[in-house]
Ligand binder design. Structure first.
Ligand code: TYD
Ligand code: MG
Length: 455
């Protein structure tokens, strides 16, 4: 009989390794690899095929089943990210840095869902009931029909859930849950996975919804939410800069709705407030047109969002110039710089480049390429982009500008916020109905000539 071999898992990114090493070669984090207890094989180590199991019920793809009934919390920003509300028999993971506001969000959500008729149980493994009550008081939710428990033992929790049969269970946090049938410390990969497995099985078995909170960890001792992403139906990340009051809830996986949808919240003294018009928020505080500042008309999920892209370009005192990016992809920045140099003859060697997406939003769309290039050029030439202009478009390695999706929606949002002109790639849909004056460009060289008057 072959000895069941142990596996090693990175607690930060969830990558599996065949042996231990000091550094994860998938995410380059140090000291995050942990041994996971091997799963026991079948009875007496037999292969599963040797003993006969029950026959499966086989069916076809056509179905009369209605779409899953959804419960809306009434917090539109949350409901949209969930794909239109909470689905029964589902497990949702809400990940985020410690202190970002996960417990606040979920206590507010618990109160709303309880108000919408779901029997709701909030189980905290981190805080005593009194602490959760204090937060509820601060949020003005002390009379909400949410039931509370403080527990960390998975066995006790499952016993309680099977007796109480709540419609919605919130577990804060998955890293504090611990099963006595597993021989490793709370927070380890094995424990966190076992807890997620048991709780999602409960959701499926009883038709309940389970929301799991997961702290994103930098510490190798504690497994992060990445290690359970594959076990749940919906993965949301709650993001934001500590110093900023904006918080963004982003769906990265959703079996019941679109992924990449965002909800925007603002952290206030009395909890999270919904931000119905994020563009206005992200553009607030923008002064007179300044070199290096460009407004990008983007799409987040199903919604257009306008954000300011800021660049700073300065001579470097170092041998190796700095490239620092916040809110965008560093590799994509390197590509844009290379295209500007190779196709337009505009070098950035000897210059430090800083790029920032204002408001703490993280952009992943290639449609931001042209806005980034414009910000870089504007900063380098010390020439502001004309006011009331939005920019979007993808840049290919040849320097050509490629049209992007949802042109119409982007332009409409820009018009709604008082912009009067747009610079967009030629080709694609006309988008003429928006009322903005459009400047269409076929390639980056033409753009440089038109906007900065240099070739
Ligand atoms: P919390 O929800 O405890 O974060 P997490 O569960 O993700 O660790 O929120 C922590 C921060 O939010 C804390 O620094 C205080 C702040 N906060 C407010 O600003 N307003 C509020 O109404 C509440 C409840 C918290
Ligand atoms: Mg918390």
């Amino acid at each position: 009989m072959a000895k069941a071999s142990a596996t090693f898992t990175c607690t930060a990114c969830g990558a599996a390794h065949s042996r231990w090493s000091g550094r994860c070669d998938a995410c380059n984090a140090w000291n995050t690899i942990q041994e996971e207890a091997p799963l026991s094989s079948g009875p007496r180590g037999q292969s599963l095929g040797a003993a006969r199991g029950a026959a499966l019920t086989i069916t076809d793809l056509s179905t009369e089943e209605p779409p899953p009934p959804r419960t809306r919390s009434g917090l539109d920003e949350l409901d949209r990210v969930l794909g239109g509300g909470l689905v029964p028999s589902s497990a949702v993971l809400v990940g985020g840095d410690p202190g970002i506001g996960k417990s606040t969000l979920l206590l507010q959500a618990a109160a709303r869902f309880a108000g919408a008729g779901l029997s709701t149980l909030y189980i905290s493994g981190e805080e005593a009931n009194a602490q959760v009550r204090m937060r509820a008081q601060r949020l003005g939710l002390e009379n909400a029909p949410v039931r509370l428990a403080a527990a960390t033992s998975l066995r006790d929790i499952l016993t309680t859930l099977d007796a109480e049969r709540p419609d919605l269970v919130i577990i804060d946090s998955i890293q504090t849950m611990w099963s006595d049938s597993i021989d490793s410390a709370p927070g380890s990969v094995s424990q966190v996975r076992a807890a997620a497995h048991e709780l999602t099985s409960f959701a499926k078995r009883r038709g309940a919804s389970v929301i799991l909170v997961g702290h994103v960890t930098k510490d190798g001792q504690i497994a992060g939410p990445r290690v359970v992403e594959h076990m749940v139906d919906c993965v949301l990340y709650f993001e934001g800069e500590r110093g900023h009051q904006f918080r963004i809830l982003r769906s990265v996986k959703n079996r019941f709705g679109p992924a990449d949808e965002i909800g925007v919240f603002e952290m206030t003294g009395s909890g999270l407030a919904e931000v119905a018009n994020p563009s206005a928020l992200f553009l607030a505080g923008r002064g007179a047109p300044a070199p290096g500042s460009v407004v990008f008309a983007g799409i987040e999920g199903t919604r257009p969002v306008l954000v300011e892209v800021q660049a700073l370009v300065a001579p470097t005192p170092h041998a190796q110039p700095r490239r620092a990016v916040v809110g965008w992809d560093g590799a994509r920045l390197a590509m844009i710089l290379a295209v500007l140099e190779a196709r337009c003859g505009i070098p950035f060697a000897g210059l430090d480049v800083y790029l920032n997406v204002a408001g703490g939003l993280r952009i992943t769309e290639p449609a931001a390429d042209l806005a980034v290039a414009a910000a870089l050029l504007s900063a380098r030439e010390d020439a502001p982009i004309p006011a009331e202009t939005v920019i979007f478009g993808e840049i290919s390695l040849s320097g050509a500008l490629r049209p992007v999706g949802q042109t119409e929606n982007r332009l409409k949002e820009a018009q709604k916020l008082g912009f009067t002109s747009a610079i967009v790639p030629s080709g694609g849909k006309p988008g003429g109905k928006s009322g903005l004056s459009l400047t269409r460009m076929g390639d980056l060289t033409a753009f440089v000539g038109e906007v900065f008057g240099a070739g």
